[in-house]
Design a protein around this ligand. Structure first.
Ligand SMILES: [Zn+2]
Length: 154
């Protein structure tokens, strides 16, 4: 779970209270689920399974939908490509292009958003996709050769 919850402190930041409603998991018998991380130390944070985690999931889905629409992306961008052919659509290169499109869409939304929650969500998306884009770019670089090097094993 990679979403960061920035506005938390105390028990919420320690994973001992719901990041949505603030209910203490020590005092209340509720089922909690991990919903993200505390940016301060990357430790997991939790929310009540119902209804808080459901609300968060719906929020995230709504924002993701808005972003895809704004960015003109047709499909969900959760590439899990470890398939090999580097330049095929489903390979690392294709995934890299999807990451870059997502980043472009995020940029477009960031320039128009003034809602802090949305901006933070978009920033966490940016961090994630920028990171995977970097890794994929390096993978593609590692698996391809510069044109002027002697190619032994195309
Ligand atoms: Zn809650």
């Amino acid at each position: 779970m990679e979403r960061y919850f920035w506005h938390i402190s105390g028990p919420q930041g320690d994973g001992l209270a719901c990041v949505v409603c603030g209910a203490s998991f020590l005092d209340t018998r509720v089922t909690s689920v991990q919903v993200g991380r505390n940016p301060a130390d990357e430790s997991p944070v939790f929310a009540c399974k119902k209804p808080c985690a459901v609300v968060l999931a719906e929020d995230a889905e709504r924002m993701a939908r808005q972003m895809r629409t704004a960015a003109g992306l047709d499909d969900a961008d959760v590439p899990d490509g470890d398939d090999d052919p580097v330049f095929c659509v489903d390979g690392h290169f294709g995934s890299l292009l999807r990451d870059l499109r997502t980043l472009a869409g995020t940029e477009a939304l960031l320039t128009t958003s003034d809602d802090v929650t949305t901006i933070r969500f978009l920033l966490s998306l940016t961090a994630r996709h920028a990171e995977t884009a970097m890794m994929r770019a390096r993978l593609v670089l590692a698996r391809t050769k510069a044109p002027d090097t002697k190619d032994g094993d195309a």
